[in-house]
Structures are given as structure tokens and as C-alpha cells.
Design a protein around this ligand. Structure first.
Ligand SMILES: [Fe+2]
Length: 307
């Protein structure tokens, strides 16, 4: 991965001169960024995994190995040896080493950390994250206010399910490349501020969250690309024009394909995902009497430091 890091430094230096590659008017910057991005892009989920010893204090080598993967693919999987230790400090201490501190306090996150597990009962039963059902492709926080978008997503596995619970993962910058290469007009459509609306969340006649309208792709103030997306067909309103409809269909087809850019992993005890909120889904799963899936989810408004 050292080669990866060198390329990314080169990318930074050159694209600094050429301007932002996500600007549709700047094809030169885009083509250079694209070429460097795709060169030596990992082909196997094993390429994303970094073994770590003490998650509270990563060694320089461990930190550099994770950082190199984040720079290339916006994600890395760490494999620690904490087993099914359910201490929430394990992921918290890890996230701190990536400069993260602004946890998103979403529904169900008692202390900013969400326990993803099967919960029976009325309160959480309506949220798919607390069931064992499959979850479609999305980025986290697509229903958040535009000024509170999720830039970094951490998952830490305490215990995998007895069966299933696999995540598919796709770097959102690869999704951008796929669409822009097919038709830059798709990107233009998906960057429109009114392209995707998530209607208000209303329970028992009470509005829990207002409707959220915003773009799929946006360029953050630091110049990085952000993606806001969910593949579901109900509870979402897309702009009705032809180019938007075709762009959404093209993205959906890509996500359902067997593209080598889509990685699949079932996190095991002590393993976790560090990411700049990449696209992901989750397959359905089954718990057993003595094996119950438990993952901690931490979401941040900040991007991972130095990526
Ligand atoms: Fe998610």
C-alpha cells in the first residue's frame, strides 16, 4: 500500500494545481484524479484488512496501513483481538485516533453510540436497524439535515450473527466515476439541490423529523465528495425528469451488479469498518439462542482526519 500512498500524495499535489476534480467543468482535473484513483485499486476485500493489536493505541505501522487504505478507497477493515468484549470504549478510542469527536446523536443512540441488534418492542421495532431484515444500499444519515451530514461511519463488531449479516461496501467515489463516465449529465442531475426528498417521519401524528430535500452528490467545503443516498423505493421522492430517472436507474443497476469494486464482508468479533461513509448494505441474518449479532455504530459529522 506504500505505492498507494505515494500516488495519493501525487494526486493531491497535481489536483491542487488543476482544481477540484468533482467540478463538472473541469474535465482535466477529473481525468487525472480518476486515473490515479483507479490505478492499483484493491480487488479483494482482504486488501482492506489491517490487523491491529491494541485498538486504544495503534502503532505507527498500523495507523499508516489503515490510512493508506482510507486514502485509496475511503474505507478499511481493522481486525483486532478484543473478541466479544462489549466495552464501547474500544471503538471510541479507535475513532479518536482518526480525529473524530462530533458524534451524531440519532434516534436510538443513547450515548451517541448505536447498538445494532435485534430489539423486540414497539419503540424500535419499526426501524429496520433493530430487526434482522436485510437493509438496502445507502449512505448513513441520508435523512439528516443538510448541515448535519454524516461524513464518517464506524462499525465495530462485538458478535456476528449465527448466520448472515454480511455487508456489501462500495466507495462512493467509484459510484461517482461510474456515473460520470456514462454521462456527466447524470452527475449534474444528482447534484441538484432538489433531486431527492425523504418525506417527514411522522409517528402517531407527531412529526419526528421534517422532510429532507437535497442532492445525492455534493462537494464539501474542504473539496471532498459527499454522497447522500438510499436505494429504497418507498418513502423517497426523486425528481421526475428523464435524466434524473435514468441516473437513479443506472446507479441502482451498478449497485446490483457483481462489479469487482463492490466488496463483501461479514465482520467478526473484534473487527470493524472505518470509513468516510461509503455506500453499504446488509444482508438479513439469523440469531441463535447463544449467538446474537451486536455491532456498535458511530457516526460523525467530520471526515476521517487527513483523508
Ligand atoms: Fe448504514
Amino acid at each position: 500500500m506504500n505505492a498507494v500512498k505515494r500516488q495519493t500524495n501525487k494526486q493531491f499535489v497535481e489536483s491542487f494545481h488543476l482544481g477540484n476534480p468533482f467540478n463538472l467543468d473541469n474535465d482535466k482535473a477529473y481525468q487525472l484524479w480518476r486515473e490515479i484513483k483507479l490505478e492499483n485499486y484493491p480487488e479483494n476485500v482482504a486488501d482492506l484488512i489491517v490487523e491491529i493489536n491494541n485498538p486504544a493505541v495503534l502503532t505507527n505501522t498500523e495507523l499508516n496501513d489503515i490510512q493508506a487504505r482510507l486514502l485509496k478507497t475511503n474505507m478499511a477493515v481493522y481486525a483486532g483481538n478484543t473478541g466479544n468484549n462489549a466495552d464501547k470504549n474500544i471503538p471510541v478510542k479507535l475513532t479518536e485516533q482518526f480525529g473524530l469527536s462530533e458524534l451524531d446523536a440519532n434516534v436510538g443512540a443513547d450515548d451517541g453510540i448505536t447498538s445494532l441488534k435485534v430489539v423486540s418492542g414497539r419503540e424500535r421495532g419499526t426501524y429496520v436497524h433493530y430487526t434482522n431484515n436485510a437493509i438496502q444500499w445507502h449512505t448513513d444519515g441520508y435523512y439528516n439535515a443538510l448541515e448535519q451530514q454524516i461524513s464518517a461511519l464506524f462499525l465495530h463488531c462485538v458478535s456476528p450473527a449465527a448466520d448472515g449479516g454480511e455487508n456489501a461496501l462500495l466507495d462512493h467515489e467509484i459510484a461517482y466515476i461510474h456515473l460520470r463516465d456514462k454521462n456527466p449529465g447524470y452527475i449534474e442531475a444528482l447534484m441538484a439541490k432538489d433531486v431527492m426528498c425523504i418525506p417527514a417521519n411522522i409517528e402517531k401524528k407527531e412529526e419526528i423529523r421534517p422532510a429532507r430535500t437535497g442532492p445525492v452528490f455534493s462537494v464539501m467545503p474542504d473539496g471532498n465528495l459527499h454522497m447522500r443516498y438510499v436505494a429504497r423505493t418507498h418513502g423517497i421522492e426523486w425528481k421526475k425528469d428523464d435524466v434524473t430517472q435514468t441516473a437513479v436507474k443506472t446507479l441502482k443497476t451498478f449497485l446490483a451488479s457483481d462489479s469487482p469494486y463492490i466488496f463483501r464482508a461479514t465482520l467478526q468479533s473484534g473487527q470493524g469498518l472505518i470509513s468516510n461513509n461509503v455506500l453499504h448494505d446488509r444482508s438479513g441474518f439469523e440469531d441463535a439462542e447463544d449467538i446474537k449479532r451486536l455491532l456498535y455504530r458511530l457516526r460523525y459529522y467530520q471526515r476521517l482526519a487527513n483523508t
